[in-house]
Ligand binder design. Structure first.
Ligand SMILES: [Zn+2]
Length: 68
């Protein structure tokens, strides 16, 4: 009967601080870090490709980049 007291204090603590999913804010999982799921990772990736990565191609060769 005395053994029951041991289990009470045994709390499972995460070794590392879990980071919130960059997409939805839920705790991320190891397999999809830093996202909580593959879906969130795909969402972030597609958004990144459609948004930030939108580089105008037309300007590419007509303009010579100034080197400093
Ligand atoms: Zn998520």
């Amino acid at each position: 009967m005395a053994d029951d007291k041991i289990k009470v204090g045994a709390k499972v603590e995460p070794l590392r601080k879990t980071r919130a999913c960059a997409e939805c804010g839920r705790p991320s999982v190891r397999e999809h870090y830093p996202f909580c799921s593959d879906r969130c990772r795909s969402l972030d990736l597609s958004r990144w490709l459609n948004g930030s990565y939108a580089i105008p191609v037309a300007d590419d060769e007509t303009k010579a980049p100034d080197e400093e």
